[in-house]
Design a protein around this ligand. Structure first.
Ligand code: CP
Length: 303
């Protein structure tokens, strides 16, 4: 694997297979005397400029379980929040830490940190990408399909230009999963990412929910108003309303289709209660897998 995890675009099929294999092993071995401690003696910084429940807790617990020490920083309480440059911050932090996990707004800030740090940097969400979540989603689909990812159909409903849509397009291509995004013209997928993903695991875009859901094995949705987009809330809700994951839409997929959501869910907006709480919903298994997959990523990058 390359030094950093920034978007999923830097990963190869072999990298993805290594992440899946190690995630499974770490999940099985969790809490056993044989559990590996590849981060023993290492301190890992966790910089957060945005709210988080799953990412914050799963990384902090994961670092401790791998034998490392997590140093949690609220970006607003650091000198970064008062204008210290990204390169200066990187040069200072590499004197103390052996890796950085960062959740912030601009992808260019994460890339700048990576370019200026000799230690690995992991993107824990930006406005453009959420690679740890997308890799977790692939692992979750892998578990539920008993290791048969190739040719699976994933329907994604909602904002086709969101950080999750971007990262899922990249990750599904590596996995050979066919992703169809159902999104309105106003929230069409980013063309450069859609065009980049061709051949097996090629992503497609349609404005037609029924078409996207036909024969889907997994259905994915995400909040319509992500962190940083609050000013557009009313417009987004109106335009995205036909793309809600409700019972009528769930029934348009295969009878055994499973529902994924990266959470937090805005129940009654992008997903209804009956779907969230249905037998088809695997969202809490998906949330748990954040821990195992991020432990695998940190092990592969930081050991
Ligand atoms: N899915 C996800 O990243 O959750 P948090 O925002 O709670 O970290």
């Amino acid at each position: 694997m390359k030094k950093d995890l920034l978007s999923c675009a830097e990963l190869t099929v072999n990298d993805l297979n290594s992440i899946i294999e190690l995630s499974q092993k770490l999940k099985k071995e969790r809490g056993t005397p044989g559990a590996i401690k590849p981060l023993a003696g290492k301190s890992i910084g966790m910089i957060f400029a945005k709210s988080s429940t799953r990412t914050r807790v799963s990384f902090e617990v994961g670092i401790q379980e791998l034998g490392g020490y997590p140093v949690v920083l609220d970006q607003g309480q650091t000198q970064m929040g008062r204008g210290e440059t990204i390169p200066d911050t990187a040069h200072v932090l590499e004197r103390y830490l052996q890796g950085i996990v960062i959740r912030t707004y601009k992808q260019s800030d994460v890339e700048g940190l990576a370019q200026n740090s000799r230690y690995p940097v992991i993107n824990a969400l930006t406005d453009e990408f959420h690679p740890c979540q997308a890799l977790t989603d692939i692992f979750t689909m892998w578990e539920y399909s008993r290791g048969n990812l190739k040719g699976l159909k994933l329907a994604y409903l909602g904002d086709g230009a969101s950080n999750m849509a971007n990262s899922l397009m990249l990750a599904t291509q590596l996995a050979g999963v066919d992703m169809t995004i159902a999104a309105p013209e106003e929230f069409a997928p980013v063309e450069s990412i859609l065009n980049r993903t061709g051949g097996a695991g090629r992503s497609r875009w349609t404005t037609d929910v029924v078409e996207a859901l036909r024969d889907a094995d997994f259905i994915y949705t995400d909040v319509w108003v992500s962190m940083g987009f609050e000013a557009e809330a009313r417009r987004r809700m109106e335009i995205l309303a036909p793309y809600q994951l409700n019972m009528a839409n769930l029934r348009r997929a295969k009878p055994e289709a499973k529902v994924l959501h990266c959470l937090p869910a805005h129940r009654g907006e992008e997903i209804t209660d009956d779907v969230m709480d249905s037998e088809a919903s695997i969202v809490f298994d998906q949330a748990e897998n954040r821990l195992h997959v991020q432990k695998a990523i940190m092990t592969l990058l930081m050991r």
